[in-house]
Design a protein around this ligand. Structure first.
Ligand code: SF4
Ligand code: SF4
Length: 437
C-alpha cells in the first residue's frame, strides 16, 4: 500500500490549520517539501514542545513525505528563538537534502504563502496552492502523524497547549474527542470563575464558552482569558454591531491594508476598501467585496493595525461569503510583486502580545506525559477539508481504540476518523460518533 493510501486510512490531515487531507499531498510530485514549525499564534507553544520532545518522529515523517513526493530538497522552518527545538531537529536532518530555515519571531511567519516565499523565494499564484510552485507544506505535528501512519497507527490523539488563566500552563496529548472541560482540568483548572476559551489561538482561532465542545484533529490548544478581558469582549460582539461600528467610524486611514501581510507580499487584498462595502450596501458593495478574496484571515488588520478597534478582518470574511454565494470569483490581473516596505512592516510577536493585552500570560507550556482516559469522547465526522466521513458503526457496537468509526470513500476528498478510546458506541449522528469507555 502506498503512503498516500495509508495516510487516508489512518486519517492524517493537516494538524496546524483547516485539516487538508495529507494523502493528497503525498500523492503529488514536487520539488520542495516544507516542514512548518513556525508556530506564530501568541501564547501557543505546542509545535515547539513537539519538536523538542519528539524530533525523530517529526523528521521521520518529513523523510517519508520527501520520498513519496520525490522532493529534490527539503526546507525545515523553525523560529530561531526556539533554540531547543532547533537543537533537537538539526542533528537529525540530512544536510545534503534538507535545509534548516531559521525564521524571525514575526506574525504570521507560518502562513503558507509567507513560508514558501521565505524558504524558496517563490510566490504562490493568487488564490493558488503551494503545489503550483512545486512545493508541499506540512505542519510538524502532521509529519509526526505521517510517521505513525507509516507503521499503521491512525490519528487518535491530539497534541495541545493550554495557556492563559490556568493553574499550570502546559502541553500534552489527549484522545481526539476529549471535552474542553477535561483539557482545562488537565492544566490544573481555570484560575478565574468566568472565562472565554480561544480555540487554536487568538488571531486565527475562535472564541468559545462551551466546555462540552471537543478536541478535533486540528485543535492546537486553548487559551483561557477572563470574560472581561479586552479580547473576549472584542470577539464576542455580534457581527451586525461590528458592521455598524465600522460603517460609522472607519476613516479610511488604510493602516489595515498597509500592515496586511498578503498585501505586502503583492496580492490585491485591501481591507480598507472592503470596509467601504459596509457603506455601499445599496450602491454596489460587490465592487469593494473583491478586495477581500485573497485575504488569509490572519486577523492582523482587526487585532493589530486598526487604530479605531474596528473589524476589517470580519468585513473581509463577510465579503468572501457574499461573493461565494453570488458565485463571483475575483481574479487578480496584476503580477504579484512584493511590496518594497514588506521587510520593515513585519509585526514582532512581543509587540503583538502587547497590543492584544496578553503580555502577562506569555509563559512556557512545558510538555507533560499524561495518560488521560476520558469517560466519553465525541468523534466528529468532519475534522478535515472535503466530504465528512460516513459512520460505519452503530449504537451498541463495541470498538477498540484505533478502529475506524467513519470512512470517506475514495476518490472523495477526506480522511477516515477513528475511535480514540476503547468502549461502546453510545450514539451516532450526522455530526459525530459518541463512545463511552
Ligand atoms: S485601519 Fe481601521 S479606520 Fe483605518 S481604514 Fe482600516 S478599518 Fe478603517
Ligand atoms: S485578515 Fe486582514 S491583515 Fe490578514 S490577510 Fe486578511 S485583510 Fe490582510
Amino acid at each position: 500500500m502506498g503512503l498516500d493510501q495509508k495516510l487516508r486510512e489512518c486519517g492524517v490531515v493537516g494538524a496546524g490549520g483547516a485539516g487538508f487531507p495529507t494523502c493528497v499531498k503525498a500523492a503529488a510530485e514536487v520539488e520542495f517539501m516544507l516542514a512548518n514549525g513556525a508556530e506564530c499564534e501568541p501564547l501557543l507553544h505546542k509545535d515547539f514542545e513537539l519538536m523538542k520532545n519528539f524530533p525523530a518522529e517529526v523528521v521521520g515523517g518529513m523523510n517519508l513525505m520527501m520520498e513519496a513526493t520525490k522532493a529534490r530538497r527539503g526546507k525545515f522552518g523553525i523560529k530561531e528563538k526556539n533554540a531547543e527545538a532547533v537543537e533537537a531537529i538539526r542533528p537529525l536532518l540530512n544536510a545534503e537534502r534538507i535545509d534548516l530555515v531559521l525564521l524571525g519571531d514575526f506574525y504570521p511567519s507560518g502562513d503558507e504563502y509567507e513560508l514558501v516565499y521565505t524558504a524558496t523565494g517563490r510566490l504562490i499564484p493568487p488564490a493558488g496552492i503551494p503545489l503550483q510552485v512545486g512545493c508541499v507544506v506540512n505542519n510538524v505535528e502532521t509529519l509526526y502523524n505521517v510517521h505513525l501512519a507509516s507503521q499503521g497507527m491512525p490519528v487518535t490523539r491530539k497534541f495541545v497547549s493550554v495557556a492563559g488563566d490556568v493553574k499550570e500552563p502546559k502541553s500534552f496529548w489527549v484522545p481526539v474527542g476529549t471535552p474542553f472541560r477535561d483539557v482545562i482540568e488537565l492544566a490544573g483548572g481555570a484560575t478565574v470563575q468566568e472565562f472565554g476559551m480561544f480555540v487554536s489561538g487568538m488571531m486565527m482561532g475562535r472564541l468559545s464558552f462551551d466546555l462540552d465542545e471537543v478536541v478535533t484533529k486540528t485543535t492546537a490548544g486553548l487559551i483561557i482569558l477572563p470574560k472581561e478581558h479586552y479580547l473576549v469582549s472584542r470577539k464576542d460582539r455580534p457581527l451586525e454591531a461590528m458592521d455598524r461600528i465600522g460603517k460609522s467610524a472607519c476613516d479610511q486611514c488604510s493602516y489595515c491594508t498597509e500592515f496586511c501581510p498578503r498585501y505586502l507580499l503583492g496580492y490585491e487584498v485591501m481591507p480598507h476598501k472592503v470596509m467601504r462595502s459596509l457603506g455601499f450596501t445599496l450602491a454596489g458593495s460587490g465592487l469593494w467585496n473583491q478586495s477581500a478574496e485573497l485575504c488569509c484571515a490572519c486577523g492582523l488588520c482587526t487585532l493589530y493595525a486598526c487604530p479605531e478597534d474596528l473589524y476589517p478582518k470580519e468585513a473581509c470574511d463577510r465579503s468572501k461569503r457574499e461573493m461565494r454565494s453570488a458565485g463571483i470569483k475575483f481574479v487578480q490581473q496584476k503580477p504579484v510583486t512584493v511590496h518594497p516596505m514588506k521587510e520593515y512592516r513585519r509585526v514582532p510577536l512581543s509587540q503583538l502580545r502587547r497590543r492584544l493585552k496578553v503580555e502577562a500570560y506569555e509563559r512556557e507550556t512545558p510538555y507533560q506525559a499524561i495518560d488521560h482516559r476520558p469517560g466519553v469522547v465525541r468523534i466528529q465526522l468532519s475534522q478535515h477539508v472535503g466530504k465528512p466521513a460516513v459512520a460505519v458503526v452503530k449504537p451498541g457496537d463495541r470498538v477498540e481504540a484505533g478502529a475506524a468509526v467513519g470512512r470517506v470513500k475514495a476518490p472523495d476528498l477526506g480522511a477516515d476518523v477513528h475511535a480514540s478510546i476503547a468502549g461502546t458506541v453510545k450514539s451516532v449522528t450526522d455530526v459525530f460518533v459518541e463512545i463511552q469507555a
